[in-house]
Design a protein around this ligand. Structure first.
Ligand SMILES: Cc1cc2nc3c(=O)[nH]c(=O)nc-3n(C[C@H](O)[C@H](O)[C@H](O)COP(=O)(O)OP(=O)(O)OC[C@H]3O[C@@H](n4cnc5c(N)ncnc54)[C@H](O)[C@@H]3O)c2cc1C
Length: 338
């Protein structure tokens, strides 16, 4: 294992922020990880685990260790009448893992195609898209406690999944390194095409027989046409979560803003698209220096080239303030701020 000093993180985060890590190392075995953690404890250094860097904003240099997770391996661990249980190591690329499952007819991840990042981060914020979340197919995960190097198994209950939330972002923040995840995938697919433009895209593709492969391709087509590619313009996808309001608060707002789009979650809760709120406040396409709001996707903050993390963060502060002023809604950031 090579420990690099003052290593640039620019190529390791999709925002393309030029921060540095005081120390940087990659691990591809659990033994290497344990050894690195012992070294970090001895040095009393801080630790940041990095996957694909697609949900992170570095607002400063990291005055400690950054460990890049490169654990690899995909394995069918069990089968029963209805399910395949597939274990993927944390360092596997998420989209490649989804493609692997589709190739083997393991159903359930097709709507989550083309989400950037690695398998290990997927439970962190219960990744979701096009009407699916990983909690729907999650069986368990193994994670290493960074304090004592013990390995623990977490069930879905233990993970306390919520909308872009899990116990790893709250109670156990910075306490565990996720090593692998087991997904419970279906033998008989339950197609989910109701969300977004999937139906329309399938029609455009002239799909005569529905399959998980066709749905994955439809999602890939839609995402590729809609979302900015981090290889072309720095970003971390949705910067803010869609706020969830109580019906009562929503009804009052609706009187003032009759065109407000919304999705009813249940009898008492309503979700509002944060993109709409941001656009109403006039931020769509805004740019100051190299920090900006995407021209078509106001929920996505972008680095046009050489923005610093702090410039992007300050822009997010301005957006938060104006949405609060206009709508009385406090947006929450989805991206992890370092
Ligand atoms: C263009 C674009 C589109 C996106 N679309 C979506 C979308 O549709 N839905 C969605 O949910 N997300 C989306 N995202 C966000 C992002 O892809 C996901 O959150 C993804 O799971 C992040 O994975 P990562 O490996 O890049 O995590 P990183 O950014 O490397 O890390 C994210 C957080 O997880 C921690 N972490 C990472 N790996 C581990 C581990 N093994 N153990 C413990 N902690 C760990 C990190 O310390 C950090 O706090 C999008 C991002 C981009 C750039």
């Amino acid at each position: 294992m090579r420990i690099l000093q003052n290593a640039s993180l620019k190529q390791y985060n999709t925002f393309g922020i030029n921060a540095t890590a005081k120390q940087f190392a990659a691990f591809s075995t659990i033994d290497d990880l344990k050894e690195l953690l012992e070294h970090i404890h001895k040095k009393k250094s801080t630790l940041l685990i990095l996957g694909g860097g697609s949900n992170i904003l570095f607002t400063k240099d990291v005055d400690g260790f950054v460990l890049k997770n490169e654990l690899k391996g995909i394995e069918l661990v069990k089968e029963d009448t209805n399910h395949f249980y597939v274990k993927a190591a944390a360092g596997e690329n998420w989209h490649w893992f989804v493609m692997h499952c589709i190739k083997h007819n393991y159903a359930g991840l097709e709507n989550l195609s083309l989400i950037p990042g690695n398998v290990g981060a997927s439970p962190m914020q219960n990744i979701g898209a096009y009407g699916a979340e990983i909690k729907d197919v999650f069986e368990s995960l193994e994670a290493l406690n960074v304090k004592d190097n013990t390995v623990h198994t977490f069930s879905a209950n233990d993970c306390a999944f919520g909308y872009r939330e899990s116990v790893f972002k709250t109670k156990y923040k910075d306490r565990f390194v996720i090593l692998n995840v087991i997904f419970r995938l279906n033998k008989i697919p339950a197609f989910n095409t109701a969300y977004g433009a999937i139906e329309h895209e399938l029609e455009k593709m002239n799909v005569s027989e529905l399959s998980i492969r066709a749905i994955a391709q439809a999602v890939i087509n839609i995402r590729s046409s809609k979302l900015p590619n981090p290889a072309e313009i720095g970003n971390a996808g949705s910067f803010f979560k869609n706020p969830v309001l109580l019906q009562k608060q929503f009804q009052l707002l609706l009187k003032k803003h009759p065109g407000m789009p919304h999705y009813t979650i249940d009898e008492t809760h309503v979700k509002i698209p944060a993109a709409w709120l941001i656009e109403q406040c006039g931020w769509k396409g805004y740019r100051k220096g190299d920090a900006g709001v995407h021209i078509h996707q106001p929920l996505v903050l972008v680095n046009h080239g050489n923005a610093s993390g702090i410039e992007i963060y300050q822009l997010s502060e301005q957006i938060l303030k104006s949405v609060k002023q206009e709508f009385g809604i406090v947006l929450e950031r989805e991206v992890n701020i370092i």
